[in-house]
Design a protein around this ligand. Sequence first.
Ligand code: FAD
Length: 391
Amino acid sequence: MREYTPLPFDQSEDQADLRSMVRSIVDQIATPQRLSDFDEREAFDAELYAGLAESGLVQLEADVDGTPASHESQTIVLEELGATATSIGVSFVVQYMAVTLLCQHGTPAQREQFLAPLFEGAHRAAFALTEPGGGTDVARAMKTRATCRPEGGWVLNGAKVWISGATDCGFFVVLARTAPIEKSAVGGITMFLVPADTPGITVNEMDTVAIHGLSTCEVGFADVVLDDDAVLGDVDRGFRQVIATLNGERLNAAAVALGIARGAHHASLDYVRSREAFGRAIGGFQILQHRLVDEAVKIEAARGLLQRAAREADGGAAAETLSAMAKLAASDAATTATENGMRAMGGSGLSREYPMQRYWRDARLYTFAPLTDEMMHNFIGEHHLALPRSY
Ligand SMILES: Cc1cc2nc3c(=O)[nH]c(=O)nc-3n(C[C@H](O)[C@H](O)[C@H](O)COP(=O)(O)OP(=O)(O)OC[C@H]3O[C@@H](n4cnc5c(N)ncnc54)[C@H](O)[C@@H]3O)c2cc1C
């Protein structure tokens, strides 16, 4: 059989270097067997994370002076991690979100305290927005409250769910209601920077079927006392400030999903080239081949949209529609490539010996996070196609 050569990436020399740096760190530290072991044990690979952070991959072009990293660089790192150490990629999505929020809204003192150790990998952030009452209509569902103390500062009470990496983070970015819902549910919410060792915080790991290399947690806040300087950004404007960064998070979610699609696609290709039935490699059967071709098209299309969106966002454009499209395209590529991969592998798809079942499980995350694919459709319908709001 002829050799398969992936299409070349559309990237600058610096971007090619960044991509190969991520690949070589993952290759050096995390063999496929190790990736599988951490998934099986449901453990976070702190050594791999440290190796990536120490090489500057959390920081990228960002700086404690408030300079953010470029979207293109973030998406390159995340695609590579999505294709290999997916759970570490999910942790990086959270770290990039925290970096962006601190760069955009942090005071110099907050950036010094929280950003510098984040860049070095000395601590990690967890982002606590979602509540038991719902993640899509999260502002209306938000019951976590922070109230002003007469002597100064705030007291925080409430519960968050599905919080990635909360078991061993250094600090939380928590969104809490600081004023009652009036005209709009998105007003009256504030962001807080909360060190994880603040008294009154409880963290319980939730039992999930995917992203096993990163904890997913319930987090409780019971009379957690915070100083005034715990406020990140503006009081009562925190949700609006988070929404403004969600574009970047969509791009980053799309990048991990694209990585999952690519990882599953390559694992399928390897399998169909070596597995035989009826005296030939199963990759010779038309239906399997056509599915692989469809995957290749979806992957290239998703990357094209992602790069275009990231470039426009880096150039200062809102790029909201392109970002929503990239997120949908990448999530579709990931679910298609993993579903097809499972089919192509027959019974072996269910074997934990192969990574396909991990890609298949992990691919679910970015069909609904940080915002669901249904909400991406709603957004594109309303804002790009100018159709009436569908909800
Ligand atoms: C592994 C994992 C990690 C996570 N990490 C984090 C984290 O670190 N921090 C954090 O804050 N959150 C996190 N989340 C939460 C995630 O962001 C939410 O699950 C997501 O926002 C969806 O919210 P929900 O699960 O409450 O679904 P719901 O809001 O209950 O939605 C259920 C269904 O209803 C549909 N729906 C709702 N409204 C509409 C509408 N108007 N039109 C059409 N369909 C609609 C949705 O699309 C979805 O299909 C994580 C979740 C998981 C599982």
